[in-house]
Design a binder for this molecule. Structure first.
Ligand SMILES: Nc1ncnc2c1ncn2[C@@H]1O[C@H](COP(=O)(O)OP(=O)(O)OP(=O)(O)O)[C@@H](O)[C@H]1O
Length: 808
């Protein structure tokens, strides 16, 4: 600090396009740190020499993955503990536990696949409990919590700080709750020792007291003589003074030159004093490295980002200790980290890797198209998953060696229905209690509706898009929700849009309407990954029936995250003709939205609307009169014991008198002036693939002859999911055909045209370089400066946890 100003020296090397004798000011922007990249490089270069898992990672075969058949003996106490878990979760815990208990020299990987809300974090906590408590009871050395080398130390990582912190909150709650003697806990987190590595500024306040730095500070201060403690207090006070002076300096604008100078001088003086004091403290109390190492060695669970696990801190703490420092490495959100990032914690030579995640949700964010071409945006978990699925398909193995979590605790069953059938091969079921809560009459709104905003049109806004009509409808819906439920707050409603310009405009309207106390949070789908809201409104924006391109909206993973965030109500707003248009030049582009819309159509969940009816049509989100209400998805079924296949409870049992209207009322008929926006499908029973097969160009591309006979396997172009929306009448969609007429009259139904002229088609997102929440131009600029961005900065997820975590 010189004259009250912070200065730093930089050495800049140029590629000779700047004159060497440049005397002008040069503006420098820090684009990114290379630390993470260096760690990834290090992990790759060390992989072969250090780790027996290397072969399994590079050239995996099914034997490298552990299966459910590994049996372990379980104590009464563990059996009692596991009562809180469902069967899948128990299997996952037992499988991973058995793997860790195998000889440390046997390299093995355990894959735990958990669709949205299926309790991945809960399962990790259960696994940690299983691993860390067994030995304590048997009087092993781990009972001594000061033991330098833990028998059972676990490294828990996730790709982002936010994800690590969210998981940590659950670990803390889980272990504190199960502490044997709460008044005399054996560790700093119930009966275990827990530490969070990483810079304090990136750690969530709720878990900050477990950070390595605060534990080091606490321990060092505690053991210090009183005069050093005084020095610490003095330093804290100088910090405080500096903050205050800087604040005054920032406010001192205009022509107050003398005052500014005085403040600058004071700041310089206090800074100098603080710096000298800090050096003195270091001198007298010694370096914190030793304390850091002790805390790390004493910890049972070490939590950090994948990148931090490759830092020098862990390496130096374990140097000279001998043996492998961890009994296993657990990676949460493994579907969201790049391969090389996932390699990082393996530098510690641990042979047991547990990957927990969902490759069917958003993959790692990689901006560079080139990097994407080389598969850099594919996670290790996704690669393993594909390989194992291929093995099953080719009968090389009988079943997938992946533990699947299949019971979800988040969504209303009507919301869960489509993702379960289409994305998760009909395997995702709703926990019965969750179903009862979600269908409760306390919640006055319908669970699942798709609004066809037929008169909406997209407008380019710089490098993004807006759709003003959809915004109008969003506002009508929000106003209605707010009107009906005064208790609905910012935390309860999420508005998801894929376009920055739309987000900004909605935010402005919300601020205006609700005086900045907006009842909803607006953001991109990427920001919502891992989070949930009571009600989610999706505005799709794209409405370009002439071109049909929907950009990055088309990705199945993005669609999946978009439609699986809501607990009670999901309202999707879009221009359905654009969304379901199957493009002749890119068969795959809109196929997923096409399926979603066809499914909604079969379930009678589509509401066609246009400008003059927005307010009126928004009312249709209200639940129906009890006598007329029925599940949109299923007739009543007898629920099996724990959970049952998708479909709401017969809502007439539960819904109360909030209703204003009914699905069979004329309200739901297409108003005459909306006919333009008819939802299109020639034959609702015909699958989109069948429709496409009529197009000779597509037939050729799919390897079929003019009669539609396949010359090669059409699977490569057909939806990759065997759970694709089945034709009406199949058991999973038992809505009778006549239901369709009550919402969208059959007469309005026409086929999506696959014969648009090629020249008018906009290139797909992959070509335009579109990125979620980024402007097109912005992303190109980023590509030039920063070829690869491995991680998005995630926003804390799972807001429902906050209230509990406050009591930590
Ligand atoms: N066996 C269970 N019994 C009761 N509730 C459960 C069970 N498993 C999970 N839950 C609840 O389901 C919710 C979601 O759990 P969790 O956060 O662990 O899921 P997740 O798979 O990590 O979610 P996400 O998809 O957001 O990553 C939590 O409120 C949790 O308490």
């Amino acid at each position: 600090v010189r004259n009250g100003k912070s200065e730093c020296s930089l050495s800049i090397q140029t590629q000779d396009n700047l004159p060497a004798n440049l005397n002008e000011l040069v503006k420098c922007i820090v684009i990114s740190s290379l630390v993470t990249t260096q760690r990834k490089l290090k992990a790759m270069s060390l992989l072969n020499g250090r780790n027996q898992l290397a072969r399994a990672v590079l050239n995996p075969n099914p034997m490298d993955f552990c299966t459910k058949d590994l049996l372990t003996t379980t104590s009464e106490r563990i059996i009692a503990y596991l009562k809180d878990f469902n069967e899948d979760q128990k299997k996952a815990i037992e499988t991973a536990y058995a793997m860790v208990k195998q000889s440390p020299s046997v390299a093995k990987i355990c894959l735990i696949h958990g669709p949205p809300g299926t309790g991945k974090s809960k399962t990790i906590v259960g696994l940690l409990y299983r691993l860390l408590t067994e030995n304590q009871r048997k009087g092993h050395s781990d009972e001594n919590f000061n033991a330098k080398i833990k028998q059972n130390r676990v490294l828990v990582c996730a790709p982002s700080n936010a994800a690590v912190d969210e998981l940590m909150k659950k670990i803390i709650l889980g272990f504190k709750e199960k502490c044997k003697d709460k008044k005399n806990p054996l560790g700093n987190c119930g009966d275990i020792n827990l530490v969070r590595l990483g810079p304090e500024k990136s750690i969530n306040n709720e878990v900050l007291k477990f950070s390595l730095d605060s534990q080091v500070n606490h321990r060092m201060k505690k053991d210090l003589p009183s005069h050093v403690q005084d020095m610490h207090r003095k330093k804290d006070s100088l910090d405080h003074q500096l903050d205050e002076l800087s604040r005054q300096r920032a406010l001192c604008r205009g022509g107050r030159e003398i005052q500014r100078q005085e403040l600058d001088e004071k700041i310089a003086k206090v800074s100098k004093e603080r710096q000298e004091l800090a050096s003195k403290i270091k001198e007298v109390q010694g370096r914190p490295q030793k304390t850091q190492s002790i805390i790390i060695l004493e910890s049972h669970v070490i939590c950090c980002t994948l990148s931090t696990s490759g830092g020098l801190l862990l390496e130096s703490a374990f140097r000279g200790q001998g043996g492998v420092p961890f009994s296993c490495v657990i990676v949460d959100e493994a579907g969201q980290s790049c391969e090389v990032e996932t390699l990082t914690p393996l530098i510690h030579r641990c042979n047991k890797l547990v990957l927990v995640g969902d490759p069917k949700q958003l993959p790692p964010t990689v901006i560079s198209m080139k990097a994407q071409e080389y598969g850099y945006d594919q996670s290790m978990m996704a690669r393993f998953y594909k390989l194992l699925e291929d093995n099953v398909e080719h009968n090389m193995i009988g079943r997938l060696p992946i533990v699947q979590l299949t019971i979800q605790y988040r969504m209303h069953p009507d919301i869960c229905l489509f993702p379960s059938n289409y994305i998760y091969n009909r395997s995702l079921k709703t926990n019965r209690q969750t179903e009862t809560f979600r269908c409760s009459s306390d919640w006055p709104f319908q669970p699942y509706l798709v609004f066809d905003v037929g008169d909406g049109s997209e407008r380019r806004d710089n490098d993004s898009y807006v759709n003003v009509q959809e915004i109008k409808l969003v506002m009508e819906i929000i106003k209605l929700i707010k009107d009906k439920r005064k208790d609905v707050t910012f935390r309860n409603i999420g508005i998801i849009t894929h376009y920055k310009a739309q987000k900004t405009m909605i935010q402005k309207d919300l601020d205006k309407e609700f005086d900045r106390k907006g009842p909803a949070e607006v953001d991109t789908v990427d920001a919502f990954q891992g989070r949930q809201k009571d009600c989610v409104i999706v505005t799709c924006v794209r409405a370009n029936a002439m071109q049909g391109s929907i950009g990055f909206l088309a990705s199945l993973q993005r669609l999946n995250v978009t439609i699986t965030r809501a607990k009670y109500s999901l309202f999707i707003l879009g221009h359905l003709r654009t969304l379901m248009q199957l493009l002749p030049w890119c068969f795959c582009e809109n196929q997923h939205w096409n399926h979603l819309i066809q499914d909604a159509q079969k379930r009678g969940a589509i509401i066609k609307t246009c400008d003059k009816n927005y307010r009126h049509d928004a009312m249709k989100i209200l639940k129906l009169k009890p006598v007329l209400q029925r599940s949109l998805t299923h007739p009543p079924t007898i629920a099996p014991e724990v959970s049952r296949p998708q479909g709401g409870l017969p809502s007439n049992k539960l819904d109360s008198g909030f209703a204003k209207t009914s699905f069979v009322s004329p309200l739901y008929h297409t108003p005459p002036d909306c006919s333009e926006a008819a939802v299109t499908s020639k034959d609702p029973e015909r699958s989109p693939v069948q429709d496409l097969l009529r197009d000779p160009r597509l037939l050729r591309r799919m390897g079929a002859d003019a009669n539609g006979k396949f010359l090669r396997d059409p699977q490569s172009l057909s939806p990759q999911h065997s759970g694709a929306t089945p034709p009406a009448g199949e058991p999973s969609f038992p809505v009778p055909q006549q239901d369709l007429g009550s919402v969208v009259p059959q007469s309005a139904v026409t086929a999506p045209s696959t014969h648009k002229p090629h020249v008018q088609c906009e290139p797909p997102a992959a070509i335009t370089g579109e990125r979620p929440g980024l402007s097109v131009k912005g992303s190109r600029r980023s590509m030039a400066l920063c070829p690869i961005i491995g991680r998005r900065t995630a926003v804390p997820r799972k807001e429902n946890f906050h209230s509990k975590a406050k009591s930590l």
